[in-house]
Structure formats: C-alpha cells, structure tokens
Design a binder for this molecule. Structure first.
Ligand code: ADP
Ligand code: MG
Length: 364
C-alpha cells in the first residue's frame, strides 16, 4: 500500500554489468540517505544474470564487508517483473504460491546502475514504455554517453576539444597513416564499457593486435586513442533546478600515486592507489573553462538529471574531454557526491534533488 503524501521510489541496483557490486554499494548509500518521512522505498535488485528480485532495503546488507562487494542473487527475494503497459501497475511480485501480485504504483525509479543494461539507455527505454519517471539521462543521452565514439563526435561538434582517435569497427585494423597520426603510446579501449575494463595502454605497435582483441571481448567496436599526458580532472553536472541551465560542481583531480601507470580497474576500486584533490588545484581560468565544457557536454549529449564529465589537462593547460558518465559512482566516497558536497550540496540533499528533478521533468 502507498502511504498518502509519501513519494514511492524504486531503487534499482546490481545488474548484468561488471559494475554489479559497485552499484549495490551505491544503492545502499542512496537507501540510507532517503528521509523515511518523505519517501517509501522499494528496493529492486537485479542479479548478474538479469533476474529481478524484491531485495532487502537494509543498507548494511549492501555494504562492502571483508573487502568483498555485495551481490544480488536469485532467490534472495521474491521475483519481480516490470510491466511495459502504462495502464497497469508497473511492478508485479511473482509469488509462486499466490500468483502475481501488483505492488502499489511506483512514483519514480532511481536506476543506480552502472554500465551495460543500466547506464546505456536499455532500462531507460523500458521505463519510458511503462511511463514511469526516472532519475538521470534519457534513452538517447544514456546510449550516446555509453559509447565513447559518439560522446567524442557530439562533443567535438559543439567545440569541446577531444583527443585524436580512430574507430575500429568489427574486423578493421589500424592503417600506417593512423599509426603515424596518433603516435605511441596509445590507449586501446572498447567503445562501450566502463571501470577501465578491456583497456590496454600500448607502448609498442607489436602489442596492438592483442590489445584490440582484448577490447573486442567486450565490444566489437574498439577505439584507439593517442595517449594524452595530463592530469585527470572530473566535474559533476546537475540539471538546473526548475528547468534552468545545468550546473557544474567544483572540480576534482584524481592522482594515481602508487604502482599504477594509469587509472585502471585496480587503481579505481581495489588498491587505494589514488589520491583525490577536491577542489583540484588549477588556475582559475582553467577551472572556469573545464566547468564550462562540462555543462556544454551535458547539453551536447542531451543529458538530464546528473552526469560526471572527465577531462585531461595537459602541462600546457590544454583541456581535453575524455568521457561522460550518466550514472557515476554514487557511494559517499565516490567522486560525484564528494564534488557536490564540496560545492555545498550534501549527499541526502543531492539524492533528494535528483528525485525531485525527475518528477518535475515528468510533470508529476
Ligand atoms: N587517451 C588517453 N590518454 C591518456 N590516458 C588515458 C586515455 N584514455 C584512457 N586513459 C586512462 O585510462 C583510464 C580509463 O579510461 P576511460 O576512457 O575513462 O574508460 P572507463 O570508461 O573505463 O573509465 C583513464 O581514467 C585514464 O587513466
Ligand atoms: Mg573513465
């Protein structure tokens, strides 16, 4: 039953991408931040195989314990289905003894999902079909930001600088002219992935084929990018309140400090190999330009809700956009919430704003 006056929000997490565990941790933090006087929460877990279950809403069960990430498993809760029919209640519980039972209508969904089947427009399309408002980017923006080729093309078309790259569609290899243009080293990456999965830094052309094969295990379309020597700078962007212009947070710098040459998976999640400066120590005019590029990139991709735009800043203070994440990591120690906290928007207020923005955008 829906409690009158409360907003019913379904938090969807886990999912089929390799970022399953990170998504669970992010969702646990979102759950803990929602004011129970204002929100009624439906925790929806998706297993690594893609089954939907009514999950535990206990944030403690979604925390990292003994350095192990949480996981949603089949059978850990009643099976759920989301109906695409907008005239029917969205979420059904499939009870093996009593048959399907409608959960009361959900007012808004917060898909706290990263990567494929979460951040790429697929679940967004499903929610559009069901006519349920949701936090974050729409189908197009999600798909465009997930694909590094189209992120670069759309941003470059708006005058945002991106580094040199070539796109290798299935079966294609680099030409000698391409190699000369990019120079070594290069970064070889799947066009649609995240968390540094499938990425190799190549210092010798003899390693190229193996690197392309590794990236193709994740996506048949591969990008080869000229390496940019520079600092890694991130910027949080939020949709403007009441439909205003998008707003940029203070900037953060990620510094890989020990044992890692670049911001690979272990550096991101396992090794405590990074230090973060928030705000980043950059000259004022560079800060201003990065923030401007971040909001322009948000608009160039037609984003809504939230996004994190990632840049390189070279020693000559040239700025290059690297990528845009439409559902960035969302634990209290993740960059996006920390950049907003440093900008004066604490975690619970940030979550509240995202849900309110989604409802307003849907005219609810
Ligand atoms: N063109 C590049 N030049 C220098 N470093 C790069 C380049 N591309 C990627 N990297 C390094 O690899 C990391 C991951 O690449 P990124 O494109 O952000 O993929 P993901 O979506 O997996 O985060 C970056 O944070 C950076 O450390
Ligand atoms: Mg990245």
């Amino acid at each position: 039953m829906t409690t009158p006056g409360k907003t019913r929000v379904a938090i969807v997490f886990g999912g089929r991408s390799p970022e399953h565990g990170i998504s669970c941790v992010s969702a646990g933090s979102v759950l803990a931040a929602l004011d129970p006087d204002e929100f009624e929460v439906v925790p929806v877990g998706i297993t690594r195989q893609g089954q939907w279950v009514l999950a535990s809403g206990d944030p403690a069960q979604l925390a990292i314990t003994d350095r192990r990430l949480p996981e949603i498993t089949a059978g850990s809760g009643a099976e759920l289905v989301l109906r695409a029919d907008p005239t029917a209640a969205g979420l059904l519980v499939l009870d093996p003894t009593q048959g399907p039972r409608a959960l009361a209508d959900v007012d808004v969904v917060f898909p706290v999902l990263h990567g494929a089947y979460g951040e790429d427009g697929t679940i967004q399309g499903m929610l559009e079909m069901a006519d349920i408002p949701y936090v974050g980017a729409n189908v197009f923006a999600s798909a465009a930001a997930m694909d590094k080729e189209f992120t670069k093309k759309l941003c470059a078309a708006e005058g945002i600088p991106v580094g040199p790259y070539v796109v290798l569609r299935n079966g294609m290899t680099m030409t000698e002219a391409d190699k000369e243009r990019l120079g070594l080293p290069v970064f070889v990456k799947p066009s649609r992935a995240g968390s540094s999965f499938g990425i190799t830094k190549v210092d010798d052309w003899a390693q190229l084929d193996a690197a392309v094969a590794t990236a193709r295990e994740i996506d048949t379309k591969v990008l080869v990018e000229g390496a940019i020597v520079g600092r890694e700078i991130e910027c949080g962007v939020l949709e403007g309140e009441a439909g205003g212009a998008p707003e940029a947070s203070v900037l953060a710098e990620v510094r890989v400090v020990s044992g890692h040459d670049w911001y690979d998976f272990e550096a991101k999640y396992i090794d405590d190999a990074c230090e973060y400066d928030i705000p980043a120590g950059l000259p004022d005019d560079v800060t201003r330009r990065v923030r401007e590029y971040a909001t322009r990139a948000f608009t160039a991709l037609d984003c809504s809700g939230l996004a994190r735009a990632d840049f390189f800043v070279t020693p000559e203070l040239e700025i290059y956009l690297n990528e845009i994440n439409t559902m960035p990591g969302f634990t209290p120690t993740s960059m996006f919430p920390r950049m907003w906290a440093a900008s004066g928007l604490e975690y619970p207020k940030l979550v509240n704003r995202l849900i309110r923005t989604a409802l307003r955008r849907a005219g609810r």
